[in-house]
Design a protein around this ligand. Structure first.
Ligand code: URP
Ligand code: ZN
Ligand code: ZN
Length: 454
C-alpha cells in the first residue's frame, strides 16, 4: 500500500522544507508541497520532522568476545534500532584468527536472519596475510566495502605493518578501513600499574587508558595512512587530543574520516565513581568535559563525519561479576535505540548542531562514506526509509524502559526530547505511534565502494 506522509518538515542534510512525501513500491515517489494520493495510507506529520532513516555505523550484535556474549542479538538489537528511528545498522562481521573473511561473512549473515531493520557489515580483520588479502575482491562482490582493524585485544590486534599493508590493499579495492586506536602495549602496562596501586574497581579503567593512549594511536595511524597513501577513518574517536592528531593529518592533505559515539558526547568519566561504575566500562573509556566540548565543536565545524553507537550490550550480572577486577569487565554498553534522541536533545536543542547537521551525522554521512547510494536522503527514487520524529515528546531514559535486551543503559537518568513516532522501512510502516508493527523485514544492504567522498 502507498503511504503519504503529510504536513511534516522534511529535513535533509542540505536543507529543510514543509512538504508531503509519497511512498510507493518501497521507494520515495514524490516530495512536494502538497500531494493528493487517493488510497494511500496517510500519516499526519504535523509538528514533526521527517528525517531520512537513520544509519548507525557501529553496532556489535551477537558478539562473543571470548569471555562473554552480548545481550543483544540481531533480533532484539534491530527492533530497538527501529524503535529509535534507525533503519540501517552496520555491524562488524569478525574474522577468527585462523578463519577466513568468507567464513566470518557467512556466520554474520546467519546471525542477522530475522533482523527487523536493514543491515550491512563491516569486516573486522583479525589476521592480515596473503590469504586474507586475496579475499578482498570477494568481499567487494558481496557488498562489504569497509573494514575494521584493531590495535587492541589479544584475539584481534594486528601490528602496524599489517595496518599499512591492509590500507594499501583496501584502497586499491575501493574499500575504507576504520581503526580502533589505542596503544595496547602501553595500556596493558598501565593496567598493571593501576592494579599494583590498589585500584581494582571500575574507576581503574579510565586511569589505565587516558587520552594520550588514544591520541598516540591516532597519530601513529595517521602517519601509517600517509605512508600508505590511503584514506582511513578513526572508529569511536573519544578525545580532544586524538582529534588534534586527525586534524594535523587533514592539514597535511590526508583523507581522514571520523566517527564518534553518543557516550563521548553526553557522559564523562565521573560515571566510573558511581555505585554501578562497571556499567560504563567500555573502550575507549568515557572522557573528560573538555573532550566532550572539543567533540561538540568538531561536530559543529563539520570535522566529524558520522556517529555510531558502538552498541555492545551486556547485562549487569555479566558486568558485576568482575566489579572488583576492571580488567575482566565485558567492554561495551547499550545505545542503539537512543542515538537520535540523544543527538537531537543534546546536539540540536542545545544549539551545538543544526537539524541538517544531525541528518548528515546520523544518516547521510554514513550513506555517503559507506557506499549506500540509495539511502541517507529524502528524494524521489531513494529507498523509502524514513522517520517521523515528534520533537514535543519528552521522556527520561532508564535502565529498563528500553527495547534493548539488557537491564542497564549507560544513558539512564538522561532526559530526552522527541521520539520516533513513525518509522517507514523499505516502504512499509514499521513503527506506528511509537509501537513496532513490523518485525523481521530487515534487508541486507549490499554496498558500493566506500571512502570515495571527502
Ligand atoms: O567497549 C567496546 N567499545 N566494545 C566493543 C568493541 C569495540 O572496540 O568497539
Ligand atoms: Zn573498537
Ligand atoms: Zn565497537
Amino acid at each position: 500500500m502507498d503511504i503519504l506522509i503529510q504536513n511534516g518538515t522534511v529535513v535533509n542534510h542540505s536543507g529543510r522544507r514543509q512538504a508531503d512525501v509519497l511512498i510507493s513500491g518501497g521507494r520515495i515517489k514524490a516530495v512536494e508541497e502538497h500531494i493528493d494520493a487517493a488510497g494511500a495510507k496517510v500519516i499526519d506529520a504535523a509538528g514533526c520532522f521527517v528525517f531520512p532513516g537513520m544509519i548507525d555505523t557501529h553496532t556489535h550484535f551477537d558478539l562473543d568476545t571470548g569471555s562473554a556474549v552480548t545481550a543483544d542479538d540481531f533480533v532484539t538489537g534491530t527492533k530497538a534500532a527501529l524503535l529509535g528511528g534507525t533503519t540501517t545498522i552496520l555491524d562488524f562481521a569478525t574474522q577468527e584468527r585462523d578463519g577466513s573473511l568468507k567464513d566470518a561473512l557467512r556466520t554474520w549473515h546467519e546471525k542477522a536472519k530475522g533482523a527487523s531493520c536493514n543491515y550491512g557489515f563491516h569486516m573486522a580483520i583479525a589476521r592480515w596475510d596473503a590469504e586474507t588479502e586475496a579475499e578482498l575482491p570477494d568481499m567487494t562482490a558481496a557488498g562489504v566495502t569497509s573494514y575494521k582493524l584493531y590495535m587492541v585485544y589479544d584475539a584481534l590486534k594486528v601490528d602496524d605493518g599489517a595496518i599499512y599493508a591492509a590500507l594499501r590493499a583496501a584502497t586499491k579495492e575501493g574499500a575504507l578501513i576504520g581503526v580502533h586506536c589505542e596503544n595496547w602495549d602501553v595500556l596493558r602496562r598501565r593496567i598493571g600499574e593501576v592494579q599494583a596501586s590498589g585500584i581494582t574497581g571500575p574507576e581503574g579503567h579510565p586511569l589505565s587508558r587516558p587520552a594520550a593512549v588514544e591520541a598516540e594511536a591516532v597519530g601513529r595511524l595517521m602517519r601509517i595512512a600517509e605512508l600508505a597513501e590511503a584514506p582511513v577513518y578513526v572508529v569511536h574517536l573519544s578525545t580532544r587530543e586524538g582529534l588534534i592528531e586527525a586534524r594535523r593529518a587533514k592539514e597535511r592533505g590526508q583523507k581522514v574520516f571520523l566517527e564518534t559515539c553518543p557516550q563521548y558526547l553526553v557522559l564523562t568519566d565521573e560515571a566510573y565513581k558511581a555505585a554501578d561504575g562497571e556499567k560504563y566500562v567500555m573502550s575507549p573509556p568515557l572522557r573528560k568535559a573538555e573532550d566532550q566540548s572539543a567533540l561538540w565543536e568538531a561536530l559543529a565545524g563539520g570535522e566529524i563525519d558520522f556517529i555510531g553507537t558502538d552498541h555492545c550490550s551486556f547485562t549487569m550480572a555479566q558486568k558485576k561479576e568482575f566489579r572488583s577486577d576492571f580488567r575482566k569487565v565485558p567492554n561495551g554498553g547499550a545505545g542503539v535505540q537512543h542515538r537520535l534522541q540523544l543527538l537531537y536533545t543534546y546536539g540540536v536543542e542545545k544549539g551545538h548542531i543544526t537539524l541538517e547537521q544531525l541528518t548528515e551525522l546520523l544518516s547521510h554521512g554514513a550513506a555517503k562514506h559507506f557506499g549506500i547510494d540509495d539511502r541517507g536522503s529524502i528524494a524521489p527514487d531513494m529507498a523509502a526509509d524514513l522517520v517521523v520524529y515528534d520533537p514535543a515528546a519528552e521522556s527520561i531514559i532508564t535502565d529498563t524502559n528500553t527495547a534493548h535486551n539488557t537491564d542497564n543503559s549507560p544513558f539512564a537518568g538522561l532526559a530526552v526530547k522527541g521520539a520516533a513516532r513513525h518509522v517507514i522501512l523499505n516502504g512499509e510502516h514499521a513503527v506506528e505511534n511509537g509501537k513496532l508493527i513490523l518485525s523481521g523485514s530487515g534487508r541486507y544492504v549490499h554496498r558500493g565502494p566506500s571512502g570515495c567522498e571527502n
